[in-house]
Design a protein around this ligand. Sequence first.
Ligand code: SAM
Length: 237
Amino acid sequence: MVKNIQKGFNKASNNYNYNGYIQKEIAKKLLNNIEITNNDRIVDLGSGTGIVWELLKNKPEIFLSVDFSNEMLFQHKNDSKIEKLCENFDNPKFWQYLEKWRPSKIISNSALQWSSNLALIFQNLNYFKKNSEIYLSIFTNGTFKELHQYLKIESPILSIKDVLKFADNFIYEIINYELEFENSADLLRYIRDSGVSGSLNIANLNLLLKLRRENLIKRISIEIVILKNIKTTNLYN
Ligand SMILES: C[S@@+](CC[C@H](N)C(=O)[O-])C[C@H]1O[C@@H](n2cnc3c(N)ncnc32)[C@H](O)[C@@H]1O
């Protein structure tokens, strides 16, 4: 599954900036009250092409963009303040590296739903809570639910309830969007170019062809949970 997700994002990297507008809307909500100081050390988990970096009004002293897709990182803006790391955030070695890196803020927009072990990600995040502010947006299984129901397949991502089980002491907000397309072909193209077409690969081809031919779905839901933990006490004293 991880390989497929990685391949999906590698393929989508060229179109991602055009099609990632929902991710941009979510990132704006995620970052709306964030205060950046010159001394901040910010890590962006699953940074993609750098929407989070672009949206920060003040740029921090150092910004670590982490993504396991080299193609995505290649599209990411370069700057003397940006360090790029091609790494899987499910890899325990990455968290050891981050411990030494000492982030003051940990941000992740629209990426952690692809973790193969979200419980472990939150365990790792627990270690940082005292010293780092944490800002996360995570897609949940109401996303593309119309398509999943029609194709009779399970969403590959977790429910809001499951995500919240892991997220102790975070404040949260649930956000819902509905996207409307001219036709089902455009809708399927959007899903492919967003890099998250994994569930289409296991779908019944005849059902997909019928969907396209008969324009059966033109609206699709997106469901996201935003989580913040911004009560730090210690800042690495
Ligand atoms: C939907 S994109 C979001 C990108 C960016 N954060 C944004 O807001 O536009 C998800 C990103 O997470 C990356 N990703 C997914 N699983 C990952 C993993 N296990 N380790 C590192 N990066 C991962 C993908 O390569 C992709 O760039």
